[in-house]
Design a binder for this molecule. Structure first.
Ligand code: SAH
Length: 255
């Protein structure tokens, strides 16, 4: 019997964001692999083994899960926060399969999508991703900082709304402020910037500020930042939080 590996997106946090497909795939697994805090979100089931690892060990985790799935046809699940294909485990599993032993190519591999942080954050505040947008990770663990700067320049000057994942880490406390400084070369100081902190979790905080104030606004490892484009608008409302949106139609690029 061929082994099975499911790479499962848990969504941003609260169980209401877990899709029925993901819940069924979790329940069917014999062995679960993942970063400890993500595994902690999965209800314990008798007979299921759990293998927690550090969040920097994605490749080693993918290889351990593939090894386990190849052994005696086990059903193995690798869990990711949000969507597993967005800066997460699905690509690590594909990298391992591409360079690993031939038997890993015979496995039945399923990627189960989840709600990614930028969609959960956007939904809390309006429709900032209502027109063209892109997603960038500010982590320079897997790419040079110069490339991140080039991509920030290209995205902002192309008029794209930008979702920023991994805005800071303990090892990179200044990175986010440097990115904002870079974006200020292209965008007005009044550009709306959304901070979605711990979205879909009990301590969720979603706020909107301007590019001018963004560098001084607190972002941590659980924050998703959305930088508006020149077209992005803020609708103030009495007694309610503002709605931030990017209109569906645009007639020309203004840089
Ligand atoms: N696969 C995940 C992203 C992993 S990268 C997804 O699809 O959401 C990790 C980054 O995602 C964090 O640094 C943060 O920028 C963002 N993130 C993940 N979960 C979040 C949440 N609940 N609220 C806000 N940002 C989150």
């Amino acid at each position: 019997m061929s082994g099975h590996l499911a790479v499962i997106g848990l969504g941003p946090g609260d169980p209401r964001y877990l899709t029925p497909e993901a819940a069924a795939a979790l329940a069917a697994a014999h062995a679960l692999y993942g970063y400890g805090p993500y595994l902690d979100r999965v209800p314990v089931r008798e007979g299921q083994s759990r293998h927690a690892s550090d969040n920097r060990e994605e490749r080693a985790r993918a290889e351990a899960a593939l090894d386990r799935a190849a052994l005696g046809g086990a059903r193995v699940a690798v869990v990711s926060g949000g969507d597993p294909g967005v800066f997460a485990m699905a690509a690590a599993v594909c990298e391992a399969i591409e360079t690993g032993p031939d038997i890993w190519r015979t496995l039945d591999v399923t990627i189960v999508p989840g709600i990614t942080a930028m969609l959960a954050a956007a939904a809390q505040i309006g429709a900032p991703l209502g027109h063209d947008f892109c997603a960038l990770s500010l982590s320079d663990n897997l790419k040079p900082w110069e490339l991140i700067e080039q991509r920030l320049d290209a995205a902002a000057s192309a008029g794209l709304v930008i979702a920023l994942y991994n805005p800071v880490s303990l090892a990179r406390p200044r990175q986010f402020a440097k990115a904002i400084e870079r974006l200020q070369r292209h965008l007005p100081q009044s550009t709306p910037v959304i901070f979605g902190r711990a979205v879909g979790r009990p301590n969720e905080q979603v706020s909107v500020t301007t590019l001018e104030a963004a560098a001084a606004t607190h972002a941590d490892m659980s924050t998703l930042v959305i930088i508006g484009s020149r077209a992005t608008r803020v609708i103030e409302r009495p007694g309610r939080p503002p709605l931030v949106y990017t209109p569906r139609a645009i007639d020309r690029v203004r840089t």
